[in-house]
Design a protein around this ligand. Structure first.
Ligand code: ATP
Ligand code: MG
Length: 419
């Protein structure tokens, strides 16, 4: 992709309301732009990374036989009345009316819709278990939208729902999804703690949250320094210095960003919405459900928060927006331009390349390159006169001078080594 053709509106300064590193960099690196409070556009570079996160989620969920579907964002109030959440949900629910004055909401979550969609099909134990998910835009009129996509009023979520004939089957699934979540977050370059949590709004029996430890998180987590015990402080009441209930180790308290959560819903929705199946004895029973949310756009923010320094994002391997950044230092100089064009033509068939062909000052190009943080940079500058090109490895801040004839070989080795 030619950088002159790509819409990457980088900024020298972050907007005044941007308090967190990830918020500042989201805007400064031209990944996203606010349109209204808590409502953002994903710009090409940010959208590219978001899609990479989505694809990691898809790959891992496909491995455990979850199938992807897409439910409507616009949901009829009737279904929400069946579960009684039309009244319970409160002002966070974005409500609207159609031309016939019928009530709708913009889905903040989809337990009702999915229960409606599968309930006729799930008439027998033979159809169970079943697990379906979607990656979709959710709407919540949050009281305090904050930190850009971290707490948006419109945001991207992956929501998975599972259906079972008995509690044992749900328990097994819960564990499988738990492990899968760990894999997804690891591939996204995030370290997570799994914490005990309440079931909150959704209601059910057991729930856990996946937390990225960070000062900008909104949850207080008590965790053990010696074992894997961790709990949301709201429910554990453990404070700094207390003894760990699991291993007697020492408890610490720190902030966490909730990037995902898993719930054993039980029969809350199948009871209220009449999702029944015939079990092995021919008896009619309510389907047992689990639901599993993952904040896709919040994950993007958590990644930036954890992987950046003041003026640059250092992307985890699987989320880099491009493999290679080819920079022509002075696009007005014929020799530099020709060499850069040749290198771009050669590599673009093999790697995902961003080629900075813009007529801009070198300083501007390098500052933008730092912000965007593509892991490897090929810099075609003055030294082409001596057949030399620079290759920079961003993570190690290492620059090598390479002969033009050697460039293909060197890059192949470098990228292969770090695959
Ligand atoms: P929170 O406590 O942060 O409000 P929640 O418990 O309301 O989260 P869920 O309804 O379980 O969240 O949604 C599943 C996931 O969606 C969350 O774990 C989080 O990662 C993400 N999420 C929830 N609300 C938002 C939001 N307003 N903006 C961005 N992501 C969100
Ligand atoms: Mg919430």
């Amino acid at each position: 992709m030619k950088q002159s053709m790509m819409f990457i509106p980088t900024l020298k300064e972050a907007p005044k309301d941007a308090e967190t590193l990830s918020h500042k960099l989201l805007i400064r690196a031209g990944l996203g732009k606010q349109v209204a409070a808590g409502i953002y556009s994903y710009l090409p570079l940010g959208y590219k990374v978001l899609k990479k996160i989505e694809n990691i989620i898809r790959e891992e969920l496909d491995k455990i036989d979850c199938s992807e579907l897409l439910l409507p964002a616009l949901c009829p109030a009737d279904l929400w009345k069946e579960s009684d959440r039309w009244d319970q949900y409160g002002p966070e629910l974005m409500r609207l009316k159609d031309r016939k004055n019928r009530d709708f909401c913009l889905g903040p979550t989809h337990e009702e819709v999915i229960t409606y969609v599968v309930r006729d099909y799930l008439n027998s134990y033979k159809k169970l278990p079943l697990a379906v998910y979607q990656i979709q835009t959710k709407f919540r009129d949050e009281m305090r939208p904050r930190f850009a996509l971290m707490r948006g009023r419109e945001f991207s979520m992956k929501d998975l729902y599972s259906f079972h004939e008995n509690a044992e089957c749900l328990d097994r699934w819960y564990q499988v999804v738990w492990e899968t979540y760990k894999k997804i977050f690891t591939r996204c370059g995030l370290k997570v703690k799994v914490v005990n949590s309440d079931t909150g709004q959704i209601g059910g029996k057991e729930a856990h949250e996946f937390m990225v430890m960070s000062e900008v998180g909104e949850d207080d987590i008590s965790y053990c320094t010696d074992c894997d015990y961790a709990s949301n402080i709201e429910f554990s009441n453990l404070i700094e210095g207390n003894k760990c209930p699991k291993c007697n180790g020492t408890i610490k308290v720190a902030k966490g960003i909730e990037v995902g959560n898993i719930f054993k819903l039980g029969t809350k929705y199948s009871d209220s919405m009449n999702a029944k199946f015939l079990d092995r004895d021919g008896k009619s029973k309510s389907v047992i459900m689990g639901c599993y949310g993952l904040g896709v756009s919040r994950t993007l923010m958590a990644v930036i928060e954890q992987h950046s320094n003041e003026n640059s994002i250092v992307w985890p391997k699987e989320l880099k927006p491009f493999d290679l950044h080819i920079i022509c230092v002075d696009s007005k100089k014929k020799e530099q331009l020709e060499t850069a064009e040749k290198i771009y033509a050669k590599f673009k068939t093999k790697y995902d390349c961003l080629y900075d062909d813009r007529i801009e000052r070198a300083g501007v190009k390098f500052k933008d390159a730092d912000l965007i943080g593509i892991p490897y940079r090929i810099i075609v500058g003055k030294d082409v006169e001596n057949c030399q090109i620079e290759v920079k490895d961003i993570k190690n801040n290492q620059v090598d001078k390479i002969n033009v004839d050697q460039i293909e070989n060197e890059i192949d080795i470098l990228l292969k080594r770090n695959e």
